[in-house]
Design a protein around this ligand. Structure first.
Ligand SMILES: CC(C)(COP(=O)(O)OP(=O)(O)OC[C@H]1O[C@@H](n2cnc3c(N)ncnc32)[C@H](O)[C@@H]1OP(=O)(O)O)[C@@H](O)C(=O)NCCC(=O)NCCS
Length: 182
């Protein structure tokens, strides 16, 4: 499914005009506080290309998120294949990132719930995961609100060398398709 409408959001494919928002968001230290160093323009361009490539290759990826009422692009939610060197990989990860002025309106949760349904109902995936540094409470709250579950046995050290030591300790949340749990 290339587009999903929720009550307030349009999750859609990337357009070239979205690049400005992506560059600004990824360069914001507040947005990147728990993710890693802010990204430069080339890194954000590469990110958009990876997202488009994932859609072409796998039939899923990160959606650009647009607020229906205003037409503003506010960030992304979506799925990515993760191949990090960790006990649960390779697998499919659900993730989100929004510009700060749009935080606190429930947009990430609303978009992520739709993406979770897409993963289980349309793609037929048995499981998705989400992970973040222990301190990223906002993102962990989104994981909890969409029904993902954390087991402390899944906690892990993120292997990415660009992460500061304080961001290495990560928590893993898992979500299972309804057919797996009934
Ligand atoms: C994580 C992020 C997408 C959340 O977006 P959002 O639209 O504000 O999320 P929502 O409004 O749907 O939900 C946020 C929840 O976190 C809670 N929250 C906010 N700040 C918090 C804090 N400091 N501690 C604990 N919970 C917090 C909110 O109260 C809300 O929960 P509630 O509905 O139960 O009150 C956004 O903050 C962001 O882009 N952060 C930077 C990028 C990032 O870290 N991405 C995740 C990488 S794994």
């Amino acid at each position: 499914m290339l587009e999903i409408r929720t009550a307030r959001l349009l999750l859609r494919q990337w357009r070239d005009v979205d690049l400005g928002q992506l560059i600004e968001m990824n360069a914001d230290p507040k947005v990147m506080e728990f993710i890693g160093p802010p990204l430069n323009e080339d890194q954000s361009k590469a990110m958009m290309e990876r997202a488009r490539g994932s859609w072409e290759k796998r039939g899923y990826g990160r959606f650009a998120v647009e607020v229906l009422a205003s037409g503003s692009v506010i960030g992304f939610v979506g799925l990515a294949q993760t191949r990090i060197d960790a006990h649960f990989a390779p697998t499919v990860e659900i993730g989100w990132r929004l510009s700060t002025q749009y935080w606190g309106h429930g947009y990430a949760t609303e978009g992520a719930l739709a993406v979770k349904d897409f993963a289980f109902e349309d793609l037929g995936l048995p499981e998705i995961v989400s992970f973040t540094s222990v301190q990223n409470l906002r993102s962990r709250r989104v994981m909890e609100k969409i029904g993902l579950l954390r087991s402390p046995f899944d906690d892990f050290e993120h292997p990415n060398a660009s992460l500061s030591d304080t961001l290495r300790a990560n928590v893993l949340y898992r979500g299972f398709a309804p057919s797996q749990t009934s």
